[in-house]
Design a protein around this ligand. Structure first.
Ligand SMILES: Nc1ncnc2c1ncn2[C@@H]1O[C@H](COP(=O)(O)OP(=O)(O)OP(=O)(O)O)[C@@H](O)[C@H]1O
Length: 216
């Protein structure tokens, strides 16, 4: 069984088809990259297969579950959205505590600290997010997406707006997460990034896959 399969997945807003008949099969355990310019439809695609936006047409399966039963497997996926916002007076640890409560996970403080260490935020455990750099916020967003130990991690533009050093740091964190067998689906508008990071890549342009999947 594949991690993600889509069948003619389509999203239309009015007359604008922003995701057009996408057919994809992504195997478990790979780092898959969706490369495309701004407005190509990458976020809309992620939003559909993570249950945030309803497809106009087509269907998908995540870990064998059909899209209309996505709530049943929500606990098996983690999502870093395009834009994450954080309460500025919460520390990194406060945030993870808050989200673990929202998700009704029974995690200890040690579990949460371990997750912060996985994204190399051990020095910022008690720091309020108003003092975080943009790259640190991306890492906290990844930590938040990891707290339920997902089988599939969706990362929407995990390095956009991040300085060069932090990009390398986030790449090594993503590779490390993949080493544990987590399937990773990420979007990017940076060819160099997906070539370095991903096992498989597809190029999206104006809602369609322009170049079939290649192994990088
Ligand atoms: N709720 C919406 N209503 C109408 N149009 C939308 C909506 N959401 C997205 N779009 C349009 O769909 C197209 C694809 O947007 P999307 O955010 O999926 O692209 P993207 O590839 O993720 O781009 P970016 O890298 O800028 O985030 C854009 O033209 C956008 O304006």
């Amino acid at each position: 069984m594949d991690a993600i399969t889509t069948h003619n997945l389509t999203k239309t807003y009015g007359k604008n088809t922003v995701v057009n008949n996408i057919n994809l099969s992504i195997k478990k355990g790979v780092i898959f990259g969706f490369l495309g310019k701004n407005g190509a439809g990458k976020s809309t695609f992620i939003n559909m297969i993570t249950g945030l936006v309803n497809p106009t047409d087509g269907s998908f399966e995540i870990l064998g579950y059909k899209g209309n039963s996505i709530k049943e497997i929500r606990h098996k996926i983690g999502v870093l959205p395009d834009y994450s916002t954080f309460y500025e007076d919460f520390t990194a640890l406060d945030h993870l505590k808050y989200f673990s409560k929202l998700l009704k996970l029974s995690l200890t403080k040690e579990d949460l600290i371990t997750t912060l260490k996985r994204v190399e935020l051990e020095d910022a455990i008690h720091l309020k997010t108003k003092q975080f750099s943009f790259g640190m916020k991306k890492k906290l967003g990844i930590a938040q997406a990891l707290i339920n130990k997902p089988d599939i991690l969706f990362l929407d533009e995990p390095t956009s707006g991040v300085d060069a050093n932090s990009v390398l740091n986030i790449h090594s964190i993503i590779k490390d997460i993949a080493l544990n067998g987590t399937t990773i689906f990420l979007t990017s508008h940076n060819l160099d990034e997906v070539e370095k990071l991903c096992d498989e890549v597809a190029i999206m342009n104006k809602g369609t896959i322009q170049t079939g999947i290649w192994n990088s």
